[in-house]
Design a protein around this ligand. Structure first.
Ligand SMILES: Cc1cc2nc3c(=O)[nH]c(=O)nc-3n(C[C@H](O)[C@H](O)[C@H](O)COP(=O)(O)O)c2cc1C
Length: 347
């Protein structure tokens, strides 16, 4: 990946140097793990194009993860990471699979690292310990994570696709970067669709960025043609967060393109709330029905192409996804825009 030798290019590579060194990549852009989408083909393509691909382990078994890491290694000799979800029942077996393959970077998503997981990833006796990257949804948690020994942070705002927190990327970046960016590399995620925004967050002290939505329509992505078409047609306002309608029935917000599935989910919540009111179901059963509603829904959309009833998780930057194109072109465009933005800083 060549970014030229202009003033803007020199400024960009200086601002990305720390993130690149940490990741072992040419550009400090992580391809955020996306369940079903971030498998060997997309991950290897991102790493081969100079970025840093991350395998989404999601609900994979240790055996499937083992095969996915091996498959990715067969497609790239560049570094890549593995994203593990903290509540996976076999988290420690998955960590062992990563260790077996000497995976260099583990991204832990879904909450604070459970007891013992930090030691399993980085502790003594782990041979070549992996670098651990965690999500920091607030400044206090960012500080806590750094104290507990994580190597880098992702700060992800609610513009992002998939499961989201309540605060926007711009506010989180302002709250967290000035306080902790000197201690560990911080990667900003959520709503980034163009290089100007990347330049902006680098100027604020980020070591790099993480993008998900922008990579879904890469030529190398195995997402179903219907899934990609839905992305290309959508605008920012189509990517909406799921809404909880009853305080008794918790819903973790997910940002996805609005479709019939989303409307049926609202109807399902109403139906279950009524059953609770009449005493026809117990609270635990009611909550389980809500929690399980979306099980398999992302797969249904990404792999089967049912974009009406499946979950078409997408961030607000979806409006900036205009066509299917190779990962290398996406990264080159982002870098070009960032270079231009930084070039202008000279004026
Ligand atoms: C379809 C889809 C699936 C996702 N799945 C996961 C996941 O399994 N684990 C995770 O940590 N983040 C997941 N994310 C979030 C991405 O890793 C990334 O942080 C996010 O997409 C960045 O924001 P952006 O979509 O605005 O670029 C997903 C996002 C999308 C769009």
């Amino acid at each position: 990946m060549t970014i030229g030798n202009t003033v803007g290019a020199e400024r960009l590579s200086r601002r990305m140097a720390r993130g690149c060194e940490f990741l072992g990549s040419e550009v400090a852009i992580l391809g955020g793990a996306m369940s079903w989408v971030s498998e060997r083909n997309l991950v290897a393509a991102i790493s081969n194009a100079g970025g840093f691909g991350v395998i989404a382990c999601g609900a994979m078994t240790p055996e499937l993860l083992d095969a996915e890491i091996a498959g990715t290694k067969a497609l790239t000799d560049k570094p890549f990471g593995v994203n593990l979800i903290t509540m996976h029942p076999q988290l420690f077996d998955l960590i062992a699979v990563c260790a077996k393959h000497e995976v260099t970077h583990i991204v832990l998503a879904g909450g604070l690292p459970p007891t013992g997981s930090l030691d399993a990833i980085k502790g003594p006796g782990t041979g070549k310990p992996a670098k651990l990257i965690c999500f920091a949804p607030a400044l206090s948690l960012a500080k806590k994570l750094i104290r507990s020994g994580v190597d880098a942070l992702v700060v992800e705002g609610m513009e992002a696709g998939g499961h989201i927190g309540p605060v926007s990327t711009s506010v989180l970046a302002q709250e967290i970067l000035p306080e902790v960016a000197q201690d560990v590399p911080v990667f900003v995620a959520g709503g980034i669709g163009r290089g100007e925004a990347i330049a902006g967050y680098l100027d604020m002290g980020a070591a790099g960025v993480q993008l998900g939505t922008r990579f879904v329509c890469a030529t190398e992505s195995i997402a179903h043609a219907n899934f990609k078409k839905a992305f290309i047609r959508a605008s920012a306002r189509d990517a909406i967060a799921s809404v909880q309608i009853d305080p008794r029935l918790p819903v973790i917000p997910v940002r996805a393109l609005k479709n019939a599935g989303g409307e049926l989910f609202t109807a399902k919540q109403r139906e279950v709330a009524q059953l609770l009111d009449t005493g026809s179901v117990e609270m635990a059963e009611a909550q389980l029905q809500i929690e399980h509603y979306w099980a398999g829904a992302l797969r249904r959309a990404v792999i089967d192409g049912d974009v009406e009833h499946g979950s078409v998780m997408a961030g607000q930057s979806v409006g900036m996804v205009r066509k299917e194109e190779p990962v290398a072109d996406i990264i080159a465009a982002l870098m070009g825009e960032a270079v231009q933005a930084l070039e202008k800083r000279a004026a």
